[in-house]
Structures are given as C-alpha cells and as structure tokens.
Design a protein around this ligand. Structure first.
Ligand SMILES: *Cc1c(COP(=O)(O)O)cnc(C)c1O
Length: 384
C-alpha cells in the first residue's frame, strides 16, 4: 500500500526546534518573551502596520478586535455566511450577533453590492446610531473574511464603512503575507486578524494576532487581553481576558515566518498545478483568484458541477487511493447555533459550498505525491 497523502499538515523543521530549545534554556516559556515581541514586530511590519498583538488563537484575536470597539450585546456584525464557523463564534463571544451575507463568484468573499443594498433597505438612524430595521440592534462593524487567503473587495467595503461610520475588522485567518492592489493588507482594514492554527499558512501550533494602524487601539487590545492589569500589585481596571500567546508558540511562529516566502511559493505552485491538470475536464472549474490582489492559496482543489460525482463521493473515492481530500466550509446560516441569525440572500453561497473539493496542499507535498493526486482525481472523474 502506498503512503497516505494528508490534506494539509504543518511543516515543522530544525529552525522551529532550535527556537523551542532556546525557550527551554532561557526558561521563557510563558506569555512574556523575546519571540512574542519579535513575532509581533515582524508580522506588523509585513502587514504594513505599526503594531501587532499576539493571541492564543485567531478566534481570540477576532474577539479582542470586536471588544476594542465596544461591540457587544445588542449589536450586529456584518459577515459572510461562507466562512469557518469561528468568525461567527467570535462575534457571539463578544455578545453581538452576526448578520450574514452572500459571497461573489469571482472571489468567494463578501459581496459589497449586497452589503450596500441591505444597509440601505434594512437600516435606519436613531440618535446617530445605525440600527437594523427588524430588531433595532445596532449595526456595529463589517467583518470581511479573506477566504482561502484572498483579500475581500476592500475598496468597496471601505467606501461603505466610511458612508455608514462603522469599522472594518478583517478575518484574515489564513492570509498572512498577501497584498490588495499592491499594498500589504494591514492597510485595507481598521484591524486585521490572523490565525496560526495547525493547518494555516504558517503555524504556531495554535495562535493568532491582531494588527492595525491605530497605536492606541492596539495598546488597548494588549491591555484587555492580558487581564487589564495596571500595576504589578494586582491592580486591574476592568474585566480583562487571559488571551495572550506564549513564548513557546511564538518561537515556532518566528521560525515559520522565516519560511513564509517559501511556503507561499509552494502553495501557489500547487494551485497552478491543479488548475492546469484539470482544465480540460468538462464541468470542472478552478478556485477563484482575482487579479488585483494576491492570495496565500491556503487551500487548493476543484469545483465540480452536477455531471460529476458529488464532492463527498469524490473524497470517499480518493480515500480508497489513500489520499485525504475534504469538502469545504458549510455556511454559518445552515449551522444549528446560527439558525436564527439575520441573513441576506445566499444564492451563490448555497450553490458553491456543495461543489468544492479541497485536495492535498501541504507545503511538504512532494512532486510524485502531487502527480499521484492528479492521476487519482482524473481517474475518478473519468478523464484518463
Ligand atoms: C482558522 C480560522 C479562524 C479561527 O482561527 P483559530 O486560530 O482556529 O481560532 C477564523 N476564521 C477563519 C476564516 C479561519 O479559517
């Protein structure tokens, strides 16, 4: 039997081991340490922003970003339904609720035209506060998701955000290192949140970060995510959180960051290889890649139409070849905890989410294995 080809696994090497050993040797294993500072500085710079605050997870980064704007009970946050459930969970953790939107075919990111239309049709102003017609909840922020590591339509979204006076908090979970219209993505939103979970573009084992332009806001995020302490003598000025990243996690992250360009190169190559390998097959299309922005190509794969076996069937058949493949995100509005969330028309989301197959795309994927995946998929699709 051939070895199993996993979908997406971390790529950990000597650099990560060396940094971890340094943590052990210096005894800096907790939430203070040189690697945490280094990771914050480097990722803030890479994002085109001044400041970064490292967290224990991407979900926590989103929660703290929302909290820093005073978003909580009685508020709605605009986000796409086609996302990993953690985006919506972070909104709920803050006390607010999501208002769910559709995505476009060209990018699989939130449809700005729909957002503008719905805001015009379904909101009103009361004492200067933007409110949702049906419930009177405040519409407090827009949270675009950079699906597959591809930025959303940030020019259009910023124009909406300006017109309505609400901030943009970007869920850039897997989008580290990309650009939007030739600019690092940290400039495209008020706050940008990354995840460094095991399957993301780079990993800390687990982890996350908020970056942004506004120094005072990032200082506030650091304050509330570290128990809101104001002195060494156990003085705290509000209910804080213990959400900080540890030096052990950051040690892995710094070594991963050294390899980011290489990882992005490999991820892009895998995307191109799949795009080329299946382009002759009727009823198979590519993952979107708009040409005014770059993408980490976090996941790659195929979109299959109804003439082919379903994505679940394809994944099952690939399993017989000892290849791991998976369907992609089930939209938030179809998830049990969100069945009552306000939701705009989901025509494209409901159409696309059932047609995606994600294929092996680890940065450690070797050429013969890539060929094995391509051959297997072609066989399953009857295109030998
Ligand atoms: C992974 C992910 C998150 C959550 O990040 P964690 O670090 O796992 O908490 C949020 N949003 C999106 C789009 C993700 O892919």
């Amino acid at each position: 039997m051939t070895d199993r080809i996993p979908l997406a696994i971390p790529n950990i090497g000597q650099g990560e081991a060396k940094n971890l050993q340094r943590c052990v040797k210096t005894n800096f294993v907790s939430s203070v340490g040189e690697f945490v500072n280094q990771l914050e500085d480097r990722i803030a710079t890479l994002s085109g922003t001044g400041e970064g605050v490292a967290m224990g997870a991407g979900t926590l980064a989103l929660h703290m970003a929302l909290h820093s704007y005073g978003i909580g009970k009685g508020d709605l946050v605009i986000l796409p339904s086609f996302t990993f459930i953690a985006s919506a969970n972070a909104v709920m953790h803050s006390g607010a609720r999501p208002w769910l939107f559709d995505v476009t075919e060209e990018s699989w990111t939130i449809d700005p035209a729909q957002v503008r239309h719905e805001l015009k049709k379904n909101t009103f102003r009361e004492n200067g506060v933007l409110k949702y017609n049906k419930t009177g909840e405040r519409v407090a922020a827009i949270m675009p998701v950079y699906t597959l590591g591809t930025p959303a339509y940030m020019n259009a979204l910023n124009s909406i955000a300006r017109d309505y006076g609400i901030p943009i908090i970007a869920d850039a979970a897997a989008a580290i290192g990309v650009t939007y219209k030739n600019q690092a993505i940290g400039q495209a939103a008020d706050l940008t949140c990354y995840s460094f979970n095991g399957n993301k573009t780079i990993t800390c084992g687990g982890g996350g970060m908020v970056v942004g332009k506004e120094k005072s806001r990032l200082e506030r995020i650091k304050h509330i995510s570290t128990t809101a302490r104001i002195s060494k003598d156990y003085d705290h000025d509000e209910v804080g959180y213990n959400y900080r990243m540890t030096n052990l996690q950051a040690a892995v992250g710094c070594a991963q960051l050294d390899r980011l360009n290489n990882f992005l190169h490999i991820k892009t190559k895998i995307r191109k290889a799949y795009d080329a390998a299946f382009q002759d097959i009727q009823g198979i299309s590519k993952f979107p890649y708009p040409d005014d922005r770059t993408s980490t190509c976090w996941f790659s794969g195929i979109v299959v139409d109804k003439t082919h076996p379903t994505p679940s069937e394809i994944c099952e058949r690939l399993n017989d070849y000892n290849i791991e493949a998976r369907v992609f995100w089930k939209p938030v509005h179809l998830q049990k905890p969100y069945s009552k969330a306000p939701v705009a028309d989901q025509s494209y989301t409901e159409n696309i989410y059932k047609r995606i197959v994600t294929l092996p795309c680890s940065t450690s994927l070797v050429k013969p294995d890539l060929t094995r995946v391509i051959t297997a998929v072609r066989e399953i699709l009857g295109a030998t």
